[in-house]
Design a protein around this ligand. Structure first.
Ligand code: 4KX
Ligand code: MTE
Length: 660
């Protein structure tokens, strides 16, 4: 009997329509857990490194994780992997919601899509019955609209559905995959679905999942719930509101947006507006927010309610969470949350990532203002009107053109990095906020932060929210606050980290950029990375684990839960080794896709004060800490320790690993 996982993947060849239920090797759980771990292994084994995003061979996997569909709190992520059209490397966006649990109840751990369909289809999975159904009538429909239409058509109100909107159909590089009240957003999964002509994947399941030791498992869950209740009643003092609690940042609950609006940049990461959150805005924005939110919503088996159902004035309903609520207002430099809610609704139906897309549109506006886009780019055609003068309208005009790849939108649809190079004529200078060809969050700060430097540069996903977390973002101003913070910190992997917090000061010798030291930074980043890697293999929401400061899930309870779920003997050392193996395989995979040390850099203006020697030392130290050579390539010895000799051999054969 298989525990925690179903033991079966669904393999679909879209070109031939062949569908197979394939039993998986139970040993894979012991070596890679599940989720991102086993996905990376499948990509390594099956996808040739020269594969480009829109090639037939760009396998796409919709995956649950090891703990989905068990009673594990917040085990609700669905992970999607593919070669990204933006970066050319492995992308792994995540969504919350209910899809992955439903997939496991239908009897599958992963849905693997190979090749491309000749015609538009949607996939319908109901337990053992799996069909490719005609989707020609859904082409052009919005990402939410499509889900509703499919539920109606199938007469399955409880089907969970991933769908793309026009942005995905038109292969926009920042097209998302929307799912119920959630979204797998970044790095262009919607474009790959569109390229494969898969409009949606609907699933409904009614089977069971087995737990090895239900009693031990439930004891862990009850202990965790006691902690969740405690944490909810006792927010962490001395940190910004969104980091004081647990869950994804509670921006649907909290109305105070001083932190984002004053510390993050407006436009295409151009202007910091200190003092924005004034007397008027701090009244107007909360009023607008509360008027738009119909109710707060949770994902599968999660006690938090991080998302919200929005029905703002005359806009149709949609879901929003986190920073998305204001990314359009801030990018367009429009002081109206009202407008932002509307823009977000339109973008969500198009199926656009709400982090990257607003920056691309702001980039477009800035090119217009700089005279780099010409009259010719802005005139109308028979299909669409000319570009309006007014900021809000102009921004939406660019959004429409981008979603349909019309005119200048055809270039913007490839994201800032590629569009800047295609437009030329000075546009490259406006590409000042991408890392590894992908728009990062719009932050530009004063002094180099060594921990963030390492996270930005070395993160395989480039999404800072997918690596930061358990370590406080900034030093506490007083010793009293530091002592209070470290007093109650059972989540720590090792007690010596407490001293780092106690010693860390906002200014002076023991402050950024030189403290924490490069070695300490490497340890801290390694710990945060480890937590995200465990979360991503189990598909636990990182908002209840790797992303927040003092989470319910941590390195001490994870092994016990995994053991109770699967029956595999697990302890911290073994778990650390597995996720290290996954991390090194992931790095090797991206190295094979062509990425190198030179790519591991932050935009020049991310911090006003840069320290090239220190930055070099940071990277060198981190690489050494990870057991990598100075090119950022795992050494032969490191790979051997992690039972990845086959990877060392492959990297050596390709000349990527030269000196062993
Ligand atoms: N010595 O750099 P600042 C995320 C100076 S995304 C001397 O502007 P601050 C989410 C500076 O140079 C991750 N001087 O930053 C969550 C500067 O001076 P200047 C975001 C020093 O305002 C949800 C001035 O002090 N976090 O989490 O302090 C959804 C002000 O500094 C100095 C980060 O990026 C020193 N040692 O804080 C989406 C991590 N140190 O104006 C995303 C870093 C500083 O004259 N985080 N100065 O140039 C942070 O720094 C804080 O959390 C933040 C900025 C963002 C509030
Ligand atoms: N884009 C859409 N369309 N919808 C969303 O809910 N969430 C944002 C961003 N883009 C979001 C979105 C948030 S809060 C985060 S942290 C990232 O997507 C998550 O990226 P991922 O889905 O690629 O993991």
């Amino acid at each position: 009997m298989r525990y925690a996982e179903t033991g079966y993947n669904l393999e679909i060849d879209l070109a031939t329509g062949n569908i197979e239920r394939v039993e998986t090797d139970p040993k894979l759980v012991e070596t890679h857990l599940g989720g991102l771990g086993t996905n990376v292994k499948l990509h390594w084994d099956r996808v040739p490194p020269e594969t480009k995003a829109f090639d037939d061979g760009n396998m796409m996997i919709f995956s649950s994780g090891l703990l989905n569909a068990t009673p594990a709190w917040s085990a609700n992520r669905t992970l999607v992997t593919f070669v990204s059209p933006q970066t050319g490397m492995l992308a792994y966006p995540f969504s919350g919601g209910f899809w992955s649990a439903e997939l496991k109840y239908a009897g599958y751990d992963k849905v693997i899509l190979n090749n491309k369909s000749p015609n538009w289809v949607y996939i319908w999975i109901k337990n053992d019955k799996v069909e490719l159904r005609d989707a020609s009538h859904l082409v052009g429909r919005g990402a939410y609209e499509t889900q509703d239409l499919i539920r109606e058509e199938l007469k399955e109100p409880d089907a969970q559905i991933f769908a793309i909107g026009p942005a995905g159909e038109n292969r926009c590089f920042t097209a998302s995959m929307e799912q119920g009240r959630s979204s797998a957003s970044r790095l262009g999964g919607g474009a790959i679905m569109g390229d494969k002509k898969v409009k949606a994947i609907a699933v409904r399941g009614t089977k069971d999942i087995n737990l090895y030791d239900g009693e031990a498992f439930m004891k862990e869950m009850m202990d965790m719930m006691a902690y969740i209740n405690y944490r909810n009643a006792n927010p962490i003092p001395g940190v910004m509101t969104i980091l004081a609690g647990i869950g994804s940042p509670q921006e649907m609950v909290h109305t105070d947006e001083k932190w984002h609006t004053e510390n993050f940049m407006w436009g295409n990461a151009r202007v910091r507006r200190r003092g924005f959150w004034d007397e008027n805005i701090s009244v107007e924005w909360p009023e607008t927010q509360l008027a738009g939110i119909k109710r707060l919503i949770s994902c599968y088996n999660c006690p938090q309610h991080c998302g919200a159902l929005i029905a703002f004035k005359d806009t149709p309903r949609y879901m929003a969470k986190c920073f998305g609520k204001m990314t359009y207002a801030m990018a367009a430099y429009v002081d109206s949350l009202d407008w932002s809610w509307r823009a977000l609704q339109r973008a969500t139906e198009y199926g656009f990532d709400s982090f990257s897309t607003p920056q691309i549109l702001a980039f477009g506006v800035e090119l217009i203002e700089a005279g780099i886009l010409t009259e010719e780019d802005l005139v109308g055609t028979d299909e669409y009107p000319p570009c309006p003068e007014e900021t809000e309208e102009r921004f939406l005009w660019l959004m429409d053109r981008t979603a349909y790849r019309q005119g200048i939108g055809n270039l913007l649809a490839d994201g800032v990095y590629w569009a800047a190079r295609a437009i030329g004529n000075g546009a490259e200078a406006f590409d000042h906020n991408t890392i590894k060809k992908h728009e990062q969050l719009p932050l530009k700060l004063g002094t180099l932060d060594p921990i963030y430097f390492l996270m930005y540069t070395t993160n395989e996903k480039i999404s800072i929210t997918q690596i930061e977390g358990n370590w406080p973002q900034a030093a506490f101003p007083t010793m009293e606050m530091r002592e209070e913070f470290v007093r109650d910190w059972p989540q720590l992997p090792d007690d010596h980290f407490k001293q780092y917090v106690l010693d860390w000061e906002p200014r002076g010798e023991k402050s950024i950029p030189f403290f924490p030291t490069p070695y300490m930074c490497s340890e801290i980043v390694d710990w945060m990375e480890m937590m995200h890697n465990i979360d991503d293999a189990c598909c636990i929401c990182c908002g209840m684990s790797g992303f927040c400061l003092k989470p319910p899930w941590h390195i001490h309870n994870y092994p016990r839960v995994i053991q109770a779920a699967t029956g595999i003997e697990m302890d911290e050392a073994k778990l650390k080794k597995i996720v290290n193996r996954n991390r090194n395989l992931h790095r090797a995979l991206n190295l094979r896709y062509g990425f190198r040390r030179e790519d591991e850099n932050a935009p020049e203006d991310h911090w006003k004060r840069r320290y090239p020697e220190l930055e070099k030392e940071l990277l060198d130290t981190y690489y050494q800490y990870k057991g990598w050579n100075l090119d950022g390539v795992p050494t032969k010895e490191r790979l051997h320790e992690l039972d990845l000799d086959y990877v060392a051999e492959d990297l050596m054969k390709r000349g990527i690993l030269r000196d062993g």
